[in-house]
Design a protein around this ligand. Structure first.
Ligand code: NAD
Ligand code: MG
Length: 298
């Protein structure tokens, strides 16, 4: 693991090529129980003041990529509100500690994004507690692997669409009441938008939808000074993979087929979100930043 994200390094060897043991957790799972532990930048991410005084809401900010983004944002100078499911309180408390150790305000707002009232009220609650809102990261996601279309139930398809894309409409719509010119919206999509796996038919379709939503909304909000972009991770070691996101037998080889020969770690995603949130990306909108270990995308 590099000393920090700015240290010159060979990306092939900078992070371990992990071979996770077969394991299972019930959805939504806990980072605290993940084996091996994911690297969310706890000991390495170094802030350089790029988000000084900003106020961010991150859905799924308790763990994995969202957790790494929360740590990075706080170390870059932002106050951070995180949303997560009530069952993830233990993970959320760890992220709270990191935000506060960075000297920033942490706001914890547990709740289910499938609940229409809750998801519509979430940005208002965050803005009230933070004293404003100028960064929204729509990152919460649901991924359940099902080998055959015949076994994919309507209930699962609806739940996946509800969490991954329908809640994104509700949260973003409500956030617009608070976002001012200069604000940034960042949606987490996936390499699955371009290279769908046969066992992720519902999940991959939502990620394609997120890309289209992002590019369309960017046109609407650009003239208002609000930039909308997406980040498309490739295989990243998070608890999503062991809560039925991948078939169990695939876990030991997870991410080995990237051009770096290894899975990504959540900390390697954080700089993409920092870039898109910060004013330095002022001319970047409607873009999907691929952070996937080299898999070609359109
Ligand atoms: P993660 O499990 O750590 O994060 C997902 C989060 O989504 C959970 O922590 C949970 O808080 C939230 N969530 C799920 N259902 C919810 C609900 N009903 N209400 C509120 N919150 C809910 O896993 P992650 O891999 O860090 O996932 C973050 C995002 O990255 C997801 O959108 C995922 O699709 C995307 N992604 C991950 C990978 C990967 O390889 N890990 C690759 C591409 C895209
Ligand atoms: Mg979680």
């Amino acid at each position: 693991m590099p000393q920090d994200q700015l240290t010159f390094q060979n990306p092939v060897t900078a992070f371990e090529s992990i071979e996770p043991p077969k394991q299972h957790q019930e959805e939504p799972g806990l980072d605290l129980k993940l084996e091996p532990q994911p690297d969310r930048g706890e000991t390495s991410y170094r802030g350089t003041g790029r988000l000084t005084g900003r106020k961010a809401l991150i859905t799924g900010g308790d763990s994995g990529i969202g957790g790494a983004v929360a740590i990075a944002f706080a170390r870059e100078g932002a106050d951070v509100a995180i949303n997560y499911l009530p069952d993830e309180e233990e993970d959320a408390q760890v992220i709270r500690k990191h935000i506060e150790e960075a000297g920033r305000t942490a706001v914890l707002i547990p709740g289910d994004l499938r609940d229409r009232d809750f998801s519509s009220e979430l940005p208002g609650k965050a803005a009230k507690e933070l004293g404003g809102l100028d960064i929204l990261v729509n990152n919460a996601g649901k991924q359940i692997s099902v080998p055959e279309l015949g076994e994919l139930t309507d209930e699962q398809v609806e739940a996946t669409f509800d969490v991954n894309i329908l809640a994104m409409y509700r949260v973003t719509r409500a956030a617009l009441e608070h976002l001012t010119p200069g604000s940034s919206i960042i949606n987490t999509t996936s390499v699955q938008a371009y290279r769908p796996s046969g066992h992720l038919l519902d999940y991959a379709a939502t990620k394609g939808a997120i890309n289209a939503f992002t590019k369309g909304l960017a046109q609407q909000l650009g003239p208002k000074g609000i930039r909308v972009n997406a980040v498309a991770p490739g295989p990243v070691w998070t608890v999503l993979q062991v809560t039925d996101g991948q078939p169990k037998e695939k876990l030991p080889k997870f991410g080995k087929d990237t051009y770096l020969g290894r899975a990504g770690q959540p900390v390697e995603l954080a700089p993409a979100y920092v870039f898109l949130a910060s004013p330095e990306s002022s001319f970047v909108l409607g873009e999907t930043l691929n952070v996937n270990g080299g898999q070609p995308t359109p």
